[in-house]
Design a protein around this ligand. Structure first.
Ligand code: SF4
Ligand code: SF4
Length: 352
């Protein structure tokens, strides 16, 4: 076990086990009632899970906060959001730069667009690395709108599907392949722009020219393409205008993909984050040695008889295989679900 842990610490890999798919029942949270009261008397109010849900909702609305200024039209609200945008133009989440109501964009989205414009995104990459080194992938767990929607759709369903570790490792490779293809195309296009020879490449790439991931990016489809359809007067507002949908063309397939992403998330928590998101892969590279992370108290943790932390982990991380002192998993999004559910209060937040 100790050797396993050391190997995992060095490689960051997870142990391969025989292929199978487990269906896991979420632990009954009501069992917590039998636990000893925690030292924090305000635990009921400052419940971690509740706090995260509130933060997620605030950011889901806040990231597209210009929509409120569009409704209320108040200039001071616009000025307020613009000042926020000036301080945090991009953070490590998935949020399209061109979304009409977006206050903050995702670092990956901004990088893609900057590259394809023929510039190098120094500021975006620098700020992204600083954020990830300090808080790891906490923006994925607490802020990213796509992560938030996946978390909320998965809430009512107690039975989750967890692929076996070997299958999970293979599926996670997809996001790396998507990253290589989309980032590679962005850099290629950027070089072509600086050389003035981009016209042919843009013609070949078509809708994939400005940002190769955008047409498949659920955040881009939700926050850019759907508002654009509304602006174009193509949203059906009555039975008589339902036929407008036939005018949507490729956007119809894109919307079907978004619905599929959220539908599958009911049973497979955050499957898009785990297997497909190229931004998530990029962020994981810089968050592996983040200053903030998860550890386990060896005096309290009973890994041979309990696996609650792994069952509730939305990223399907095999937490017990990592060293007690610090779990350096590049997939950890610091959601703290393991901490909230641990029956022995063994999960600790580490700063190192
Ligand atoms: S991995 Fe998930 S939470 Fe992180 S940027 Fe991608 S979609 Fe958002
Ligand atoms: S290890 Fe814990 S904090 Fe990290 S993603 Fe899993 S449940 Fe969340």
């Amino acid at each position: 076990m100790a050797e396993d842990a050391e190997r995992l610490e060095e490689t960051g890999e997870e142990e391969e086990l025989p292929e199978s798919v487990e269906t896991v029942e979420k632990p009954d949270i009501s069992e917590k009632k039998e636990r000893k009261p925690r030292s924090n008397p305000l635990g009921m109010i400052f419940n971690l899970r509740m706090l995260r849900r509130v933060v997620q909702i605030v950011f889901l609305l806040g990231i597209n906060a210009y929509i409120f200024t569009a409704w209320f039209g108040a200039e001071y609200i616009t000025a307020f959001w613009t000042s926020i945008r000036d301080i945090f133009p991009s953070i490590p989440i998935l949020s399209p730069l061109e979304a009409p109501f977006a206050v903050i964009s995702g670092s990956f989205d901004t990088m893609q667009r900057t590259f394809t414009s023929g510039f190098f995104p120094f500021f975006t990459i620098g700020s992204m690395i600083i954020i990830l080194i300090f808080v790891g992938r906490a923006p994925c767990g607490w802020i990213c709108p796509l992560g938030t929607i996946q978390d909320f759709v998965t809430l009512p369903k107690r039975t989750k599907v967890r692929p076996a570790p070997g299958t999970e490792i293979e599926l996670r490779k997809f996001k790396f392949y998507i990253f290589v293809i989309t980032a590679g195309l962005a850099v290629w296009l950027g070089v072509s722009v600086t050389m003035g020879s981009e016209a042919t490449l843009e013609a070949i790439l078509g809708i994939f020219a400005t940002d190769a991931f955008a047409p498949l990016n659920p955040a881009y489809i939700l926050f850019k393409i759907l508002p654009d359809l509304q602006s174009a007067g193509l949203w059906p507002t009555s039975i008589g205008t339902l036929w407008y949908i036939t005018q949507w063309g490729f956007a119809l397939l894109q919307l079907a993909f978004v619905i599929f992403v959220f539908f599958l998330s009911i049973w497979v928590p955050r499957w898009f984050c785990r297997w497909l998101c190229p931004a998530g892969w990029l962020y994981s590279v810089f968050s592996r040695e983040a200053l903030i992370g998860i550890g386990r108290n060896p005096a309290r943790c009973t890994p041979d008889t309990c696996n609650v932390c792994e069952v509730v982990c939305p990223m399907n991380i095999r937490i017990r295989k990592y060293p007690y002192q610090h779990m350096h998993s590049p997939d950890c999004i610091m959601c703290l679900d393991c901490k909230s559910h641990c029956p022995n209060d063994a999960i600790i937040i580490r700063f190192s």
